[in-house]
Design a protein around this ligand. Structure first.
Ligand code: 4AD
Ligand code: MG
Length: 480
């Protein structure tokens, strides 16, 4: 007999028919003649209730069923007596697929802390919170691909192993097959990277942008969606060493087209989730309310989760230049009362997340796009403005998150690009292929990178980035 997925079963009107469900036991309640098992198979946040009548099922079988055990249940779909669900299953036969010893199984039917669940990341898929997050994560991935497909973009798989440091920040993981104890050496006693697997130094990519630009210079509009790796030793709630980034790159787009696309994309994905993940979003909304119950008012989220998402859809993002942002921050009460950890004093300072969040949460009270940053705090590839001081960068700042998107119009002028590379010490010889795009048929073009887990934080209302990816990679943590 075919298995019925619980998601579809719960919507079914076919009471009286025989069904079979398989899943994991969430809870078991027992009274004198009857027991109730809440079974979940991961297809939905909702459990199906299994009614166990001791006249039909032997009671000693039931004694072996505990939270975490896996079952196959055949029975009759009946109208639910209790509230909540429409239907439930009156068991005729129960097969225990796998037992779970209650003395050892770490997940009990109670609230576990997120910290504890991170230590058992191999089992946390079986909780409501993590199954909801991972279903939403999938829907978001789908929505992103759908958005770009509808717009005619071509998805490119850029390499994961590269020899370049796209962002020039030098925070890379080395990839090598050399023996660390006994590496081949050059005559001068240094490690001989020529003897390494690729015949040169290689690392895990920090961004697919540079290769994405190559593709856009022939295909027009492309995007990448891949893993990126950064060996920055920042143990924050918004940084991962391995995260996923969406990077569109578009020929013939200027910075304004770039901003329009980014805003349209964020709204598209958020709308998609509101329309297609209501059960999971409602659950996460309740979770957030519960979690914040004990907090003082100013530490609580100002909006209910879905309200917050709708708010983003209904409002244009504010668009300001770095210089305008600087003025707002410098003249803010926060700054004058010296409440920022990093005081805002001189034009040219690199905004910290406290400043980004002030702009978004206190000043504009909606997402903000900041453009035209000082060239010294941005990457070499960004197009220089006429003032010679700022570049055509754009960062999108979101409430609670700070920077969610970083992008720019690219420098398409060969001479200016070479000058910037020299100024910033970016090796030109190794990047001859990048410079070739500016030599042959160069065009104005733009692109951006959206940090997927940062977007996940926003959509799910979770507060730690380690909870929106199945197996987080952070300093000193690669257990699973
Ligand atoms: O601003 P970033 O460094 O930009 C780039 O990598 C460009 N090459 C993108 C482009 O123009 N194609 O990173 C882009 C975004 C950030 O805004 C942030 O959302 C996310 O990637 N991000 C991280 N997310 C999680 N953990 C980290 N360590 C992150 N570093 C950046
Ligand atoms: Mg950035």
């Amino acid at each position: 007999m075919k298995r019925n997925r619980i998601k579809e079963l719960l919507k079914s009107d076919a009471t009286g028919s025989e069904v079979r469900v398989m899943g994991w036991v969430r809870t078991k309640r027992q009274s004198k003649n009857v027991a109730f098992i809440a079974l979940n198979d991961g297809s939905t946040i909702n459990n199906v209730q299994i009614v166990v009548d001791f006249a039909k099922i032997q009671e000693d079988l039931l004694q072996k069923i505990h939270t975490g055990a896996s079952l196959s249940v055949t029975g009759e779909l009946i109208e639910s007596q209790g509230s909540g669900q429409k239907v439930e299953v009156l068991a005729k036969e129960i097969i225990i697929l796998g037992e779970a010893d209650p003395d050892e199984y770490p997940l009990q039917p109670k609230r576990h802390s997120l910290e504890f669940l991170r230590e058992i990341a191999h089992l946390r898929f079986r909780t409501n919170t993590f199954s909801a997050i991972n279903r939403i994560r999938h829907q978001m991935i789908f929505a992103i691909h759908r958005f770009f497909t509808e717009k005619g973009f071509v998805n490119i798989h850029t390499p994961i192993i590269t020899a370049s440091d796209a962002e020039g920040a030098g925070e890379m993981f080395r990839v090598t097959t050399l023996d660390p104890k006994n590496p081949p050496l050059t005559e001068t006693g240094e490690v001989d990277w020529k003897a390494d697997f690729f015949g040169r130094k290689t690392n895990l990519t920090v961004s697919g942008q540079l290769e994405g630009e190559l593709a856009a210079m022939g295909l027009g509009e492309i995007y990448t969606f891949g893993p990126t790796f950064r060996a920055e030793n920042s143990n924050t709630s918004r940084h991962l060493a391995e995260f996923w980034m969406i990077e569109p790159e578009m020929a013939f787009y200027d910075i304004h087209d770039n901003m329009d696309l980014a805003e349209e994309m964020l709204k598209y994905v958020i709308r998609y989730i509101l329309e297609n993940a209501d059960d999971d979003l409602s659950f996460l909304s309740q979770r957030l309310i519960f979690e914040e119950k004990g907090l003082p008012q100013d530490k609580r989220s100002p909006f209910e989760l879905k309200e917050k998402l709708r708010f983003v859809l209904e409002n244009d993002f504010a668009r300001i230049t770095y210089t305008e942002a600087f003025d707002i921050l410098r003249n803010s009460k926060m700054n004058k009362k010296k409440r920022f950890q990093f005081p805002v004093q001189e034009w040219g300072f690199d905004m910290q997340s406290e400043h980004e969040r002030y702009l978004v949460e206190k000043h504009f009270k909606k997402p903000v796009i900041v453009t035209d940053y000082p060239k010294d705090i941005k990457s070499f590839y960004m197009k220089l403005n006429e003032d010679g001081k700022t570049v055509r960068a754009m960062d999108i700042l979101f409430p609670q998150i700070g920077e969610i998107v970083g992008g720019s119009q690219r420098e398409e002028n060969l001479e200016l690009l070479i000058r910037r590379m020299d100024e910033m010490g970016v090796p030109k010889e190794e990047m001859w292929w990048y410079l070739d795009t500016r030599k042959f048929g160069s065009v104005p073009h733009s692109g951006f990178g959206l940090g997927f887990e940062r977007l996940m934080l926003f959509v799910t209302g979770m507060k730690n980035i380690r909870d929106v990816i199945a197996f987080p990679r952070t300093p000193k943590n690669a257990e699973f």
